[in-house]
Design a protein around this ligand. Sequence first.
Ligand code: NAG
Ligand code: NAG
Ligand code: NAG
Ligand code: NAG
Ligand code: NAG
Length: 164
Amino acid sequence: MLDLTLRFVFCALLGSVYASCPPRCECSEAAHTVKCVAKDLRSVPTGIPGYTRNLFITGNQISRIGPESFKGLENVTNLSLSNNRISEVESHTFSGLRSLRSLDLSNNQLAVIHPEAFTVQNQTLRELNLSRALYNHTSVMDLHSSRLYCLKVPEVSGGLFPYQ
Ligand SMILES: *[C@@H]1O[C@H](CO)[C@@H](O)[C@H](O)[C@H]1NC(C)=O
Ligand SMILES: *[C@@H]1O[C@H](CO)[C@@H](O)[C@H](O)[C@H]1NC(C)=O
Ligand SMILES: *[C@@H]1O[C@H](CO)[C@@H](O)[C@H](O)[C@H]1NC(C)=O
Ligand SMILES: *[C@@H]1O[C@H](CO)[C@@H](O)[C@H](O)[C@H]1NC(C)=O
Ligand SMILES: *[C@@H]1O[C@H](CO)[C@@H](O)[C@H](O)[C@H]1NC(C)=O
């Protein structure tokens, strides 16, 4: 705990000098990449830099995502949220991600998928990985009514059959 607190203070101090990086994440401006991997995160961290194109928030304990999770991340092209505990995806969760092409939600527990959960402006989404992502029959039905198939996502892998 002390270590985390110190690190947080340190990051906060550095923030005024260097581009900031959320606590428990690794940021590379040169590679436009941010990784928050297996850090026991309960929610999507705030303060992810705007230059981010590749965002990996994997192997954490995130259970719910919504539009407020990804504010100001207009450059994110690849987003992986695999190996979390996401059970609910709110409407327009990914709407602010104007450049999103590839979304990996594999290995989650999606039970409630709100309508328009996967609506992305300008239909930029090209790949959606739902391998081992759907929890029960409710999520399968939600997926069908979420207009995913009207969004022209060329490649949806996994999840087309229950519990896969
Ligand atoms: C997104 O990338 C462009 C081009 O690199 C940059 O000009 C813009 O400031 C970035 N957006 C944010 C929110 O940082
Ligand atoms: C996104 O991921 C794909 C495949 O993993 C890769 O080819 C592409 O370069 C990545 N996009 C960016 C902006 O790095
Ligand atoms: C959508 O695409 C149009 C034309 O390609 C572009 O002018 C507009 O800025 C894009 N909108 C967003 C939100 O990226
Ligand atoms: C989808 O995710 C699973 C598990 O993370 C992975 O094994 C598989 O290769 C991915 N599929 C695609 C098409 O990327
Ligand atoms: C699926 O799981 C959710 C969350 O536990 C629950 O609300 C819903 O009733 C379940 N649906 C079915 C068909 O079991």
